[in-house]
Write a protein of this length. Structure first.
Length: 95
């Protein structure tokens, strides 16, 4: 859920009506410290992003979203785990 909040904030700040609809890719990190390290790395590489701070979590950073990433900069995210959702039993019944 936090990643969705971050993606919405990023979209509101950068996208125009003319911007093509981007794909949403959700990556996971194991701690707030690793998320903050990712934010520093993105800053160093000049990649625009927006953090999301959750007031229910002591105002800590719980997610971030980048501007749309095209081409070589996508390689920066290769080392991160992708969020994988398992199908619910109801979805399995439909197949």
């Amino acid at each position: 859920m936090q990643a969705s909040h971050a993606a919405i904030e990023m979209t509101k700040s950068l996208m125009t009506k003319e911007t093509p609809h981007p794909n949403l890719v959700v990556c996971m990190v194991k701690s707030e410290a690793k998320l903050e390290a990712l934010a520093r790395s993105l800053e160093e590489k000049g990649i625009d992003f927006r953090p999301f701070y959750d007031s229910d979590d002591g105002n800590g950073m719980t997610a971030l979203a980048t501007a749309p990433i095209i081409g070589e900069p996508r390689l920066l995210f290769k080392k991160y785990m992708l969020l994988k959702l398992e199908k619910s039993s109801k979805e399995n019944d439909k197949q």
